[in-house]
Ligand binder design. Structure first.
Ligand code: PHB
Length: 391
């Protein structure tokens, strides 16, 4: 009896003082599931570096709780992503799952988030449909349609009349193709052919030969992050850089992570996207400097801002719930959130849980001896056009 009342009194005093030390149960865990091996390693590295940078800059105590990041490699394979997500939720008791470097990885995991009522923050994958697969999904990356529609408008206004499209043959490529083709045709353009290239061991060369023979005004391309390096090499090898056929696309093809290795043939490539290392805001200059300092030899690309903003969204949601980790409360906190990202102003659409952001048109230029995507036009508050068209 005595002992019990002593313990009760002690607990009450500690509570009243508001000074209960952080214990194991009070740690909020975030499971970051990303490709750190395999063909999409660069995406995983960018996401991890940015998530860690955010935590280093903002501390690891949020709303009185200790925040811990658990990083797991899925090698870019959907069966791994889903299994790791289940393990993290059941064994490690994570309160968030985050990452998702490719669309199939996010799709394979959506049902797990729904069943467990755990918020799932999509930091990279860009197919429109993903956010409709679970009410617990929130996206901090982009959708392909956002960039495709903007570059289609630009092409139609830039005396580009005939285009061949070439996309990687999986869901985001299909979105990138459809959004471009529909918009470009609506603006009076002609699409001569639409080519799809396999995602495994992509070889663009035979397709590029065909494009050379067709002589369109421009070749519009989507490839997932990193793969643009192979495309650019083959574009030059096949002589397309000297053919007068312009290369345009979503910004995935001139990914800032691999762009420095492209060579001068990339100068003049015009793309539309949500982020450039060269984005001239004060916030981005600080971000790029801090990222480079923490990760020598790397420069932040569009994957990185998805990771950085994804952790920001998690931190701010926890602040709003007072540290409570109830999935529904966290989702409610995330909906409608607005902030300034290194990419510019962004928000989470409260209806769709998808990202709303500025899309920039950029041209590859050399600055201080390095290639950059230099922004020359911007379109604020762009929502996913694929969802908008369904309404
Ligand atoms: C995707 O799989 O959704 C994806 C991956 C990389 C990109 C764009 C989309 O650059």
């Amino acid at each position: 009896m005595l002992r019990r009342s002593f313990l009760a009194a002690f607990a009450a005093a500690a509570l009243a003082a508001g000074s209960v030390p952080a214990t194991a149960q009070e740690t909020v865990k975030i499971g970051l599931i990303i490709p750190l091996t395999g063909p999409f390693t660069t995406t995983g590295k960018q996401l991890e570096a940015a998530a860690k940078l955010y935590m280093q800059q903002n501390g690891t105590t949020v709303a009185g709780k200790k925040v811990e990041l658990i990083v797991r490699d899925d090698a870019g394979r959907a069966e791994n992503t889903a299994r790791i997500a289940s393990e993290l939720i059941q064994n490690d008791k994570v309160s968030f799952i985050a990452g998702f470097g490719l669309t199939p990885l996010a799709m394979a995991t959506a049902q797990i988030a729904t069943n467990a009522k755990v918020p799932m923050v999509v930091m990279m994958a860009g197919t429109s449909i993903i956010t409709e697969r679970s009410p617990y999904i929130v996206r901090t990356s982009f959708t392909l349609g956002q960039s495709a529609v903007i570059i289609a408008d630009w092409a139609a206004q830039s005396k580009i009349k005939k285009v061949v499209t070439m996309v990687t043959d999986y869901a985001p490529g299909h979105d990138a193709e459809k959004s471009f083709v529909d918009q470009f045709k609506a603006k009076g353009g002609e699409v001569v052919e639409s080519i799809r290239v396999p995602i495994q061991n992509p070889d663009f060369a035979p397709f590029l030969q065909r494009v050379l023979d067709q002589k369109p005004d421009a070749l519009y391309v989507f490839t997932p992050s990193g793969v643009g390096a192979i495309l650019m090499k083959q574009f030059v090898e096949r002589g397309l850089d000297k053919s007068g056929i312009r290369l345009i696309g979503t910004g995935d093809i001139t990914d800032d992570d691999v762009l420095p290795g492209f060579g001068d043939a990339a100068i003049g490539v015009v793309t539309a996207h949500n982020y450039s290392t060269d984005h001239p805001s004060a916030k981005n200059k600080d971000y790029v400097a801090a990222f480079r300092k923490a990760n020598p030899g790397m420069r932040p690309n569009f994957a990185s801002v998805g990771g950085y903003d994804g952790i920001h969204l998690i931190y701010e949601a926890l602040k709003k719930t007072g540290g409570k980790t109830d999935g529904d409360a966290l989702l409610a906190a995330m909906k409608g959130m607005k902030w300034e990202s290194p990419r510019g102003p962004i928000s989470i659409d409260p209806e769709t849980r998808d990202i709303v952001q500025t899309i920039y048109i950029r041209k590859v230029e050399k600055k201080n001896g390095e290639l950059y995507n230099v922004e020359f036009a911007s379109f604020p508050d762009v929502k996913d056009p694929v969802k908008a068209a369904k309404k």
